[in-house]
Design a binder for this molecule. Structure first.
Ligand SMILES: NC(=O)c1ccc[n+]([C@@H]2O[C@H](COP(=O)([O-])OP(=O)(O)OC[C@H]3O[C@@H](n4cnc5c(N)ncnc54)[C@H](OP(=O)(O)O)[C@@H]3O)[C@@H](O)[C@H]2O)c1
Length: 282
């Protein structure tokens, strides 16, 4: 790192566990970009001040993680892409001469990974999404944008799934979007993809958030969790012979999209991100 380098970072709470600083700093090094990326633990009531600091100090870009992806919308100037506006959450901010532009690369990262690792093309497909938090919102809107035929949201807290289904239906009336009170209420038709967008599976001893006996036939299965590399949910699916993938590919793809927004670099970025992540999860 040289003097006068550009500064990037991540706002979160907690944020110490984040792999993003290692990932982006490795890529800055690999591409010879004079920049540094730091983790900023932001107090739960201090996000506004953090964004003021970003403007005042000329921090070039930040990522947002739990719990700030939705609240951050209050502090930026513009969401330039239609595709990001319907998500209701952002994970990337670009500072262009003091004006803050918000983007959401989670959903696009998910689609890239699901296409690449599971050969999944969302058009005309039926998808069950487990969870109704920020990640489920990003995944659900990306699937609807990519013309999935039907989306079912199943969440521990039904009202949250209902709220998300109603919100997305407002943007995508042509997609069938419903909240499920119980997996037993899944319609008797083939589901093409099951996505775990809950945080259930991250902690040792967590059960699976879904019982695959409720499915008709086989489905591809994507777990957004990447640590542990194989949750009980993913293990169950693999044992049943379903094609499976964990969230590492999505993590690499969404980070690569942020990197591209900040630096304009595209070629080989996602591959290098994935290689870096695999090396640190070994
Ligand atoms: N691979 C990637 O690049 C990537 C990107 C983004 C997120 N993620 C992962 O996605 C997961 C969700 O993130 P998020 O931002 O959506 O978090 P969030 O907004 O806090 O939402 C958490 C979701 O998980 C559900 N949940 C939590 N504990 C549960 C349990 N024990 N049983 C059943 N459901 C449970 C919650 O249900 P309630 O509504 O009932 O509380 C909620 O739907 C995390 O594991 C995160 O690391 C991965």
């Amino acid at each position: 790192m040289k003097e006068n380098c550009d500064v990037y970072g991540i706002f979160g709470n907690p944020v110490a566990h984040s792999l993003s600083p290692h990932l982006h700093n490795t890529l800055f090094g690999a591409f010879g970009i004079n920049a540094v990326y730091a983790a900023f633990p932001v107090g739960r009531r201090s996000l506004g001040m953090a964004f003021e600091g970003m403007r005042a100090l000329g921090i070039r870009g930040v990522n947002l993680t739990i719990p700030f992806k939705e609240e951050a919308l209050n502090f930026i100037d513009e969401i330039p892409e239609d595709l990001d506006r319907c998500v209701g959450a952002i994970n990337t901010v670009v500072n262009r001469e003091g004006r803050l532009f918000g983007y959401n690369t989670d959903g696009r990262g998910f689609l890239t990974a699901a296409r690449e690792e599971l050969g999944f093309n969302p058009e005309g497909k039926k998808v069950l999404v487990l969870g109704a938090g920020g990640a489920a919102r990003g995944v659900g809107s990306a699937l609807a944008i990519a013309h999935a035929e039907a989306l079912w949201f199943y969440n521990r807290t039904l009202s949250r799934a209902g709220g998300l289904a109603d919100y997305l239906t407002g943007y995508f009336p042509e997609t069938q979007i419903k909240a499920l009170g119980s997996p037993e209420n899944l319609p008797a038709q083939k589901i093409d993809l099951v996505v775990n967008a809950t945080s259930c599976g991250m902690r040792a001893g967590d059960p699976s958030p879904f019982d695959f006996r409720f499915l008709e036939g086989k489905a591809a299965v994507y777990d957004l969790i990447y640590s542990p590399a194989e949750t009980i949910f993913l293990k169950d699916a693999r044992r049943l012979g379903f094609p499976v993938a964990n969230g590492l590919g999505m993590l690499a793809a969404q980070a690569a999209l942020s990197f591209e927004l900040w630096t304009g670099r595209h070629d080989g970025v996602r591959e290098k991100m994935l290689e870096t992540l695999k090396a640190c999860s070994r």
